[in-house]
Design a binder for this molecule. Structure first.
Ligand SMILES: *Cc1c(COP(=O)(O)O)cnc(C)c1O
Length: 380
């Protein structure tokens, strides 16, 4: 049997062993946090780092957010909270949005995590746990104000209001809900959900209130309440697609050119030969495909970029490769080029999403683990 090869060599940016380079700017993430924090005035600006900080790496991102001032972090699942605990200071608050599944309550206290209680069952589980522990336990309570996804219904709140023993041993530290239409500023659901949160909260123990994620922050101070929970905006996604994005882009994705060829009139490109040349063309094959999270739908109207030159994607995106048109790139420039931008200064995450018929959230969280990743440090 042959020896296994040693790890593939990488030499800085060249990273010849990887098909693509993902550059993540920790400085931009910190600056976005600072901007959101300043914008929300007296409200606490938490940081949502679920889904591995939207695919960018919670281990690297969370400490930077903490240094930028974040003291409260949100994740979706218990296991994400357990992993995050090691990367933030012991005083940082970690809230778990999905709350405790039955039997996991002691894992929350063991790892210093606060649950978001979403149902009467989760409240009962947490109450029983507090009784076992023998001291009150902090938690957030989530209310369903109209999205029908997480949280207590109006009827549940009525039951709690009628029997104070149901919240015995639960120290309610936050009452929260989530907006369904915050990216559409004039949607009537926004004001309706806010009014419902305020009214439902009056029947619960007094606690700080929270409603807004990224887009909600941009609905204005009425929506900031006591705490805001941005995720997407920290990572540079636009909070309102109808206006210029005020946030800094945080990622740049460069794909390696593996091969360049010339094709002639009538030649097809890629699976299904869905694209055919009407004349001579130069085609570059890139080492990035849908297995890297570069969504297959993005082929139509999608492109790579070389500085400000748009290089259209031709044919279908394969699992590990994508073909682009480099006919208009001067040969000398092409000879000197090893990588092209898939996400970059001229084509951000939201642009890639638009081409793929999806949202920036999906593009970011899908970005693959096969890339060579580089974290650009914060400016000193
Ligand atoms: C994901 C999530 C957030 C963050 O949302 P963004 O739109 O990414 O800012 C905030 N709150 C809850 C409940 C969430 O599920």
């Amino acid at each position: 049997m042959q020896d296994l090869p040693s790890p593939l060599p990488t030499s800085g940016w060249a990273a010849p062993g990887a098909g693509a380079l993902l550059e993540i700017s920790l400085g931009a993430i910190a600056a976005n946090y600072g901007m959101l924090n300043a914008r929300t005035g007296g409200a606490t600006c938490a940081a949502v780092v679920k889904a591995d900080a939207y695919g960018l790496g919670a281990q690297q991102v969370a400490p930077v957010l903490e240094k930028a001032g974040a003291k409260v972090f949100f994740v979706a699942h218990l296991e994400e909270g357990v992993r995050l605990r090691a990367h933030v200071s012991p005083t940082a608050l970690i809230m778990v949005l999905h709350g405790p599944m039955p039997g996991t309550e002691q894992d929350f206290t063991r790892h210093g995590l606060w649950p978001v209680l979403n149902s009467m069952e989760q409240i009962a589980g947490w109450r029983a746990h507090a009784r076992r522990v023998g001291s009150p336990l902090p938690a957030a309570i989530q209310l369903d104000t109209g999205m029908s996804r997480f949280g207590l219904s109006d009827a549940d709140v009525g039951v709690l209001a009628a029997d104070s023993t149901l919240l015995a041993g639960i120290a309610t530290r936050l009452v929260m809900s989530h907006l369904a239409c915050a990216d559409t500023p004039d949607h009537p659901a926004n004001a309706m959900q806010r009014a419902r949160l305020l009214s439902m909260a009056t029947r619960l123990p007094a606690a700080p209130l929270a409603l807004s994620a990224s887009s909600g922050i941009f609905l204005g101070p009425d929506y900031h309440l006591d705490l805001v929970r941005p995720g997407a905006a920290l990572y540079g996604l636009t909070p309102d697609a109808t206006r210029p994005n005020p946030l800094h882009p945080t990622v740049r994705l460069r794909a390696r050119i593996v091969q360049v060829r010339t094709i002639g009139a009538g030649d097809g490109v890629g699976y299904g030969l869905t694209w055919r040349a009407s004349g001579p063309r130069r085609i570059a094959t890139l080492g990035i495909g849908y297995a890297d999270g570069f969504l297959r739908h993005g082929a139509d109207g999608g492109s790579a970029w070389l500085d400000d030159r748009r290089l259209p994607i031709l044919g279908r995106i394969s699992m590990d490769s994508t073909t682009i048109d480099v006919t208009d790139v001067p040969q000398a420039v092409l000879d000197a080029t090893t990588h092209v931008d898939m996400i970059g200064p001229h084509h951000g995450v939201d642009d890639v999403a638009r081409c793929a018929g999806t949202i920036g959230y999906e593009v970011l969280t899908a970005l693959g683990s096969r890339f060579h990743r580089a974290y650009l440090p914060q400016a000193a």
